[in-house]
Design a protein around this ligand. Sequence first.
Ligand SMILES: C[S@@+](CC[C@H](N)C(=O)[O-])C[C@H]1O[C@@H](n2cnc3c(N)ncnc32)[C@H](O)[C@@H]1O
Length: 238
Amino acid sequence: MSDEGPSGWGAPLHEAVLDATAVGAGTRLLDLGCGTGLLARAAAGRGAAVTGVDLDDGAVEQAAAAVPEGTFLVRHAQDPPPGPFDVVAAVQLLMHVADPVAVLHRAGRVGAVVAATVWGRDSECDLRVLQEALAPRRPQRPAAVSEPARLRAMAERAGLVVERLDEVVVPFDYADEDELLRPLLATPVARAAVQRSGADAVRDSVLEAVESFGTGDGGYRLENLFRVLVARPRVSGG
Ligand SMILES: C[S@@+](CC[C@H](N)C(=O)[O-])C[C@H]1O[C@@H](n2cnc3c(N)ncnc32)[C@H](O)[C@@H]1O
């Protein structure tokens, strides 16, 4: 699964993470892979003290502008600031890092609670129909973290005790064809499809793929499942 979606799609997922970890006034939150600071903004809105890290310096700059009261650093998620933090979040990060277990392990070293979100399996996400329309013959490589048992096992290998593994269904709403097609056709996989088959054919096959997701008013709704893992560092000894 890619992370593309209509603008603002992540808000329900961010709220689910903040609710599951009881983020509120005074919570010290570290946001790993903070991107442009959307989770940090929502957390700061609840009164949390926010630190964010991301490898992308442009994203870090945007996050700092969006959350002036926060602290944002260009830094690898595997090398978090020492904290300590009440909550360490990794929203839609684990599928992008080479060693998710190491990221979870380091998160548990600096935080009392670790929350990580991942896409569900392709079969649980309507967005797969877009990928199938654009690259019908490309074999799907399911992300290991999308399998709940594997995600749990990774957290356990990272020295965490899993408290919850919630499922959150997030609707991706598109007002009309243009809102769906414009960003989609700008993606590398769509550009490759256009080169192979031509723009009209790609457009037609995407619209055919989403036909059954029409909302009746010219728009579309694709529902995608995400998993929200909440864990705590294992207390060793005594
Ligand atoms: C899909 S985006 C998610 C952004 C944000 N967490 C959100 O939910 O809106 C993944 C983010 O992880 C960042 N990233 C990828 N690998 C990273 C790493 N090793 N260390 C820190 N950030 C990383 C990317 O730059 C990108 O901003």
